[in-house]
Design a protein around this ligand. Structure first.
Ligand code: FAD
Ligand code: NAP
Length: 376
């Protein structure tokens, strides 16, 4: 009788069952004098962590800074024990006040604070404005002496959700590691500095800290066949998956050509991974690099302007079967890049505006599936 062999169980890491990874490196990619703070984060997954391919994203489960948890509990007059601290740190959103929380605080406030907060809560527009740039501590500052029981807190605050980051490394570059390119969200309001929950969490990490992560596989943002040309448009943190693509294509000897469009504020301080891309040009792994530094001159220059300037050659690449990738800001950049593609198809492909629109949005994107987006 043959022996029954139990197949090895592959751990399915997910948002509800993240892998406990280790921080390996956290450095700022911007030079001094920049108005931005973009981090290169290296995370150790080791041999037992989740695996990924180029184009995937990493889910990060953040926690609140200890100092903010303490400020919050102190303002509420709570005796803070370790268990309560940990529960609040890992489960409740503190950096952005929700409407439910403001309403509960208004209800418990007294005197003029109560009147003021209740008037705000009665007017949806005023409440939207009130919560826009306040965290929970700002709200409690407006209602001194308000007390909440620990058991009330979970129900009044939004639950922490993981954040996704496009993976900036090829799995074969340094096996067991995953790299991220994270823009720190940071602003001042109501006399205090506020940080984004997950970008702040990652930016503040140091030492051998453990980070709960999981891989979110991409459905469509894949590299094409090795001999195909690719055009990558990735301003700001949109550069992340293209660093991975370039590492992968260089390592595996892909013969297709690579053309990168990168943009950020200033060449001197914000050319993320600039040295790596110069090296890749020298070794012949990056065939064309077009940069758009928006604030190095009086008028804004963006990646889509460079695309239009190079429209004839870009159209030739597309005619030759190139794949076109866009990553980064969805609200403005990706829409403008889409419009620039339509202009190029009209100007260099001899199409009417309607034909150009149809070609980009239907033929190129849906039928041929050569136009791929990872925008957020
Ligand atoms: C598929 C995917 C891939 C992504 N890849 C990357 C990546 O590679 N790199 C990267 O950096 N990000 C990436 N993101 C975005 C990332 O997931 C987070 O959304 C981002 O880091 C902000 O999260 P946070 O928790 O730091 O900020 P949050 O705590 O969520 O706060 C952000 C919010 O703060 C508010 N805010 C910002 N500035 C101000 C202000 N001045 N006044 C008032 N309110 C303000 C805004 O409402 C904003 O929505 C990606 C997202 C997706 C979906
Ligand atoms: N949807 C989102 O929530 C979202 C998406 C992306 C980024 N962000 C946030 O924005 C901050 C910085 O992000 P980032 O570093 O990735 O860079 P970014 O702010 O997207 O900027 C990168 C470059 O793109 C330029 N740009 C601005 N508008 C553009 C447009 N319409 N078309 C093309 N380029 C355009 C910028 O120029 P100028 O700044 O000089 O105009 C800059 O040179 C972070 O806090 C990040 O979290 C939010």
């Amino acid at each position: 009788m043959s022996e029954l062999v139990t197949p090895p169980v592959t751990p399915a890491f997910s948002r509800n069952n993240p892998f406990s990874s280790q921080l390996k490196e956290n450095r700022c990619l911007n030079q001094s004098g920049s108005s931005k703070d973009t981090r290169h984060i290296v995370i150790e997954l080791g041999s037992s962590g989740p695996t990924y391919i180029c184009g995937d994203s990493l889910g990060v489960v953040p926690r609140n800074p200890d100092s903010l948890v303490r400020e919050f509990t102190q303002r509420l007059g709570l005796h803070e024990d370790a268990a309560l601290h940990e529960t609040i740190a890992t489960s409740a959103v503190l950096n952005r006040a929700g409407k439910k929380f403001v309403k509960a605080v208004a209800e418990k406030a007294t005197g003029t604070a109560r009147e003021k907060l209740q008037a705000i809560c009665a007017d949806e527009k005023k409440l939207d404005e009130y919560v826009f740039d306040r965290d929970v501590v700002d709200v409690l500052h407006d209602a001194p002496g308000v007390h909440l029981e620990p058991s009330e807190i979970p129900n009044l605050l939004n639950k922490i959700a993981p954040r996704l980051y496009s993976i900036a490394s090829s799995p074969d570059h340094r096996p067991g590691e995953v790299h991220l390119t994270v823009a720190l969200v940071q602003y001042n309001s109501h006399g205090r500095t506020k940080k984004g929950l997950a970008s702040g969490y990652l930016a503040d990490l140091s030492g051998a800290t453990s980070i709960p992560v999981y891989v979110q596989p991409t459905r469509h943002f894949h590299l094409p066949a090795p001999d195909r040309d690719i055009i990558m448009v990735g301003p700001g943190t949109g550069i992340a998956p293209f660093r991975a693509f370039l590492q992968h294509r260089a390592r595996h000897g892909h013969t297709g050509r690579n053309w990168l469009f990168f943009g950020d504020q200033h060449a001197k301080t914000d050319f993320l991974y600039g040295n790596e891309f110069s090296d890749a040009q020298k070794t012949g792994h990056l065939h064309k690099l077009s940069t758009a530094f928006s604030r190095d001159q009086a008028d804004k220059i963006y990646v889509q302007h460079r695309m239009e300037e190079e429209g004839a050659e870009l159209w030739q690449w597309l005619q030759n079967g190139a794949y076109f990738y866009v990553c980064g800001d969805a609200k403005r950049m990706a829409k403008d890049v889409h419009a620039a593609l339509i202009k190029i198809a009209g100007r260099h492909g001899g199409k009417t505006p309607e034909q150009a629109e149809e070609w980009v949005s239907v033929t190129f994107s849906k039928t041929e599936k050569r136009y791929l987006k990872d925008v957020y």
